[in-house]
Ligand binder design. Sequence first.
Ligand code: IVH
Length: 697
Amino acid sequence: MDLFSQIDIEPARKRIDELTRLIDQYNYEYYMNDRSLVSDFEFDKLLRELTDLERQYPELAHPNSPTKRVGGEVNKTFRQVTHRFPMLSLGNTYSIEEIVDFEARTRKLLGDIPFSYSCELKYDGVAIGLTYRHGQLVQAVTRGNGAVGDDITSNARTIPTIPLKLRGCYPDDFEARGEVVYPFDAFEAFNRQREADGDEPFANPRNAASGSLKLQDSAECAKRKLQFCMYFMMLPSHWEAAGDPAGTTELQQSAATHSGRLQAATRMGFKVQPYIKECKDIDEIRAFIDYWDSERWNLPFAIDGIVIKVNQVSLWDQLGLTAKSPRWAIAYKFKAQQVSTPLLSVSFQVGRTGVITPVANMQPVWLGGTTVKRATLVNADFIEKMDIREGDSLLVEKGGEIIPKVVGVDLQKRQPGARPIAYITHCPECGARLVRAEGEAGHYCPNQDDCPPQIIGRLEHFVSRKAMNIDNLGSERLEMLYQKGLVRDVADLYSLSREQLVGLESYDSDGLRRASIQDKGADNILAAIAQSREVPFERVLFALGIRYVGEVGAKKLARYFKHIDSLMAASIEELATVEDVGEKTAAFIYDYFHDERHQRLIERLRQAGLKFTLSDLHITHQLDGKTFVVSGVFSRFSRDEIKAHIEQHGGKVSGSISGKTDYVLAGEKMGPEKLKKAEKLGVPIISEEDYLRMLES
Ligand code: IVH
């Protein structure tokens, strides 16, 4: 670099440093102390300024810049990393007696040495280890099998309660361990959104947290509102303090106890939950356990027990390890909470594919922080296996799951002569005789043409975001269109007119308005319907709602058959050769396309202009033999779109840069590691515009 460009670059460096410091400070106050020092508008302005400068001068961007919080790096696979110090698990028990034994054993082993216990919450999430060197986050790895985990650094960087840079005084090289949790309110909002989009909801916050950390696109992870709860500071036996020297003595003193380390971590900028108590004996430990067993439902996130650790670090070596867990700590796990409540009635729900789900309506009962009055009884087999009878009281449980589960019958409360639950023989919605296919546990209503919940369910699925993405048509409006006789199947949507829509209104049984459509609403609906004609074949296929054909399956089928006609003509054997399509699904697909009603429906959708061929674009070969790595954020495409675009033109997309990479296609906020690697290997880096120009030529 010559002298002139260095002079040029200096003001930018200064401003980048200044903005980084300011934004770090605002973030810290916001996430750690719940304090907003600036308006959202001002904050966004500063962040945008920093993003722009970093784009202009990538070499000046800090690796832990606050712009990393919004994500942008994409991992196709996660690198496996061996933990420097294995991530041990804890001995755990559901029995308070074993906690009493643990305490007595520890006291005996330590003899006259004075010590205490640190009691804290056992967070129910995903364990990760964060490595900090010289105050900078350098790596985040999942626990994995304890010895080797996945490198999830770019996703971890998006979690606001994980500090990217440390404050004050800190050990120069150490690992912060803790659990990534999905707070209840964010989790529930996220699941509602998934259902609205036609995706399967997650069973519990832990699964959702784990799925989020494994997202390939860190920008997606940034939206998930995850939290990191630190529970352990892993320090090698010899360590040095770095950062602010004024804090060195305090840090060294704090490091002598586990609770002191966590307090020190708070000063460094970690979020450490305040629910930690130093206990001196078993009575205090018991009191802590009892308190949290009932109080846990008032926490904003899930816990599944209590962890008890000997607080004095110097005693850990003395107590030693068993094969896989330390002798100086133990976890007490809460039993799932269980109640017994009378079953009032069983109702039967009809799903979009006609599947019948029996639901227990129970005497409302307080369980784990919410009132429970309904729970699924799954299917006829379940009712039979549990031997649920009329007038029974059911045992209902709530563990880490949010959804209560029926786990049995409270036999002590059974009335003599109680009759088994009579399973319905006819559909509660349309009266059709139910069918139970051989080998299937559930019943279903075969009347797909006239059974209202099936019709409305199919419409809902068809318009959902991942399918045809017809905005402005929620359940109420679809129900109204159906009730007014305007829409009976998905093809009818394409012949709706403005006149038919404007002024529509529907009311519920209390006379309250449920749905209505005015001028603007009608225009928006019609525009969205028209727009849906551009939706690619694979999503149209998904939108049809064929049983067991999800988003991914539809993509694979579309890519394999390329055209609906070849898909419709395929034999079960051929269908089953498609990746991820099993025998059972293949048979369903085959039956679906050999049903005349579906053939007519597809013909009408084809007439309406929907795409039933893998788009023509898919078939150019301009990029044949070329391998791309995609990084950053693009202006005309989402990252998935640009990857699909490359593939549609014959190119290959790879997750990591190697000697085989032909181009790195770089958007905004390209990852610095990728940049470095591309430069090192001499791989050309091209912009979105270069890429489009390349295709034009
Ligand atoms: S201490 C050597 N503290 O529970 C000490 N673990 O088997 C190791 N966990 O997967 C862990 N909350 O991820 C500790 N407050 C807490 C915890 C906690 C949750 C998890 C941990 C591990 C499992 C223990």
